[in-house]
Design a protein around this ligand. Structure first.
Ligand code: MG
Length: 191
C-alpha cells in the first residue's frame, strides 16, 4: 500500500492560516518573528500549529507540494508565504507550484500537474487536495482525492492530515479498480 500520494495540494485561507488574506489583511505586512507576521492594523498571523510538521514530512519524503488559492490577493498570499519561515527557510521555498485565481480548483490542479509533469499521476489518482471549502470537492472528477478541513479554528491538523492519507489510499484502490474495469471493457469490445 502506498503511504503518500505523488502530490499534495493545499488551499491557503482557513486551511494553512486562519484568515482570508484578501479581506482580513491590511497591507503592509511585516515579520514579527520567523513564524509570525503583523499587518498594518496590528493583526498577527501564523500558520496553524501543525502546518510546519506536515509540510516538512511531505518535503522530506520527496512529495510535491502545491498551493492552490482562489484569493483575490495573490501578492499578499505570496508575501505571507515568504515572511513565514519553516526550518529557517521561507515557507514559499517548500512549494513546487503555486496556482492562483478564481474558478474551480480543477483548473489549478490540472495546470500544476502539467507544470510538474504529473498529468499521468493525477489521472491515476495520486493527488490529494486539502481544503476547507466543500464546493472544491469537485476535484474528485479529475481523480484528485478531496480532504475536507472542517473547523476553521484549528485548520489542518496532523490527525486530519494522516487520517485523510488513509482515506486517500482507499480512494486510490477505487480509481485503480475503475480503470482496470474500463481497460477490460475496452479489450472485450476489441475482440
Ligand atoms: Mg480556504
Amino acid at each position: 500500500m502506498e503511504k503518500y500520494p505523488k502530490a499534495v495540494v493545499f488551499d491557503l485561507d482557513y486551511t494553512l492560516w486562519p484568515c482570508w488574506c484578501d479581506t482580513h489583511i491590511r497591507v503592509p505586512i511585516k515579520s514579527v518573528s520567523p513564524t509570525e507576521i503583523v499587518d498594518r492594523s496590528g493583526m498577527k498571523l501564523s500558520f496553524y500549529p501543525d502546518v510546519e510538521s506536515i509540510l516538512l514530512e511531505l518535503f522530506d519524503n520527496g512529495i510535491k507540494i502545491i498551493g492552490a488559492s482562489r484569493t483575490a490577493a495573490p501578492e499578499i498570499a505570496r508575501k505571507i508565504l515568504t515572511l513565514l519561515h519553516i526550518r529557517d527557510k521561507p515557507a514559499i521555498t517548500y512549494f513546487h507550484s503555486l496556482q492562483w485565481g478564481q474558478g474551480s480548483k480543477i483548473k489549478h490542479i490540472q495546470s500544476a500537474a502539467k507544470q510538474l509533469n504529473l498529468l499521468q499521476e493525477l489521472q491515476q489518482g495520486y493527488f490529494v487536495l486539502y481544503d476547507d471549502e466543500l464546493r472544491n470537492r469537485d476535484v474528485v472528477s479529475i481523480n484528485c482525492h478531496f480532504a475536507h478541513i472542517p473547523d476553521e479554528t484549528v485548520g489542518i491538523t496532523k490527525q486530519i492530515f494522516l487520517n485523510e492519507l488513509k482515506l486517500w489510499s482507499k480512494f486510490l484502490e477505487q480509481v485503480e479498480k475503475q480503470q482496470s474495469a474500463a481497460r477490460k471493457q475496452r479489450q472485450i469490445q476489441l475482440v
